[in-house]
Design a protein around this ligand. Structure first.
Ligand SMILES: O=C(O)CCC(=O)C(=O)O
Ligand SMILES: [Fe+2]
Length: 277
């Protein structure tokens, strides 16, 4: 099966339809080159200081550099991209709300082997979510060009309904080749993995993912974003990164207060039963 590419002018309904059907697609040239350049510059010192992974799955010659909310102001445009958030809301509509799950610059160095083929929703302790219940919506933004040779993400479009199985191999996948600034969108159910890098340059992809707000976040935003930086973010962004209740009562503070008050101060109680998205 091939991986569909849509233009940046694609409507959210169409993107959502392809995402449900195939489990993945690319939106070409979704962000401009200058924004990509600024993010790469802002992240460069942190990437340089990041060691390789500690196991084969995370990749011993792959660097995973997080905390983009705190470290890269220019990345906020990607994290809050209106098309991506619209489609995420549609995919995760069974839950009351969703939140930022993780931000991670993934730098696959030359001569890296391919990552094993997996589902991202296995992060939730391999719980077998119902086939029609999506818990994750994921992006990988190409911060360098993605080619088959430099380790473009490999995917099995249409694999969402297959049983859980560690045995899939790269031969069953296609590479998400895309230009710098393009965005790979994929669900938590589709089989995929980082590709082997057979080139002499590093492949950089910015993995920004969202999950239903009744599950735990992979990257702990409360500790990754220092309080003094959190205070500078607007209310909608704070809610997106986790300062909200995840369902009827999940995540309130002390006397049933809205988690936003931890940052903004004030003593008014939230309306218990926050049923609006
Ligand atoms: O870097 C990539 O292309 C994919 C990484 C990935 O799938 C993961 O780390 O879960
Ligand atoms: Fe993955």
């Amino acid at each position: 099966m091939t991986l569909v590419h849509l233009p940046r002018s694609a409507r959210p309904d169409e993107v959502h339809r392809v995402l449900e059907r195939d489990g993945a697609l690319v939106i070409d040239d979704l962000v401009d080159a200058e924004t990509v350049r600024r993010i790469n510059v802002e992240m460069a010192p942190f990437v340089a200081a990041t060691p390789g992974g500690s196991d084969d799955f995370s990749g011993r010659t792959t660097r995973r550099t997080g905390a983009l909310v705190a470290r890269s102001p220019s990345s906020h445009e990607l994290i809050r991209h209106p098309l991506i958030l619209d489609v995420t809301g549609k995919l995760l509509h069974r839950a009351q709300s969703y939140q930022l799950h993780l931000t991670q610059m993934i730098s696959i160095g030359p001569d890296s082997p391919g990552q094993s083929i997996h589902r991202d929703q296995w992060a939730f302790d391999f719980f077998a979510f119902p086939p029609d219940y999506h818990v994750q919506c994921n992006t990988i933004w190409a911060m360098t060009e993605f080619t088959e040779a430099n380790g473009a993400t490999r995917l099995m479009p249409g694999s969402q309904a297959l049983p859980d199985d560690f045995g899939h191999t790269i031969t069953e996948t296609v590479p998400a080749e895309m230009s710098q600034g393009s965005c790979l969108l994929y669900t938590g159910k589709v089989y995929h993995g980082g590709g082997p890098n057979r080139s002499d340059t590093t492949r950089m992809g910015l993995n920004i993912t969202y999950d239903v707000a009744w599950l735990r976040q992979e990257e702990n935003q409360y500790l990754s974003v220092p309080r003094e930086i959190a205070e500078t973010l607007d209310d909608d962004f704070l809610r997106l990164i986790g300062y909200r209740t995840g369902a009827y009562a999940l995540g309130y503070i002390d006397d049933v207060r809205d988690p936003l008050e931890a940052i903004r101060g004030g003593s008014g109680s939230m309306s218990f039963g926050n049923l609006a998205r």
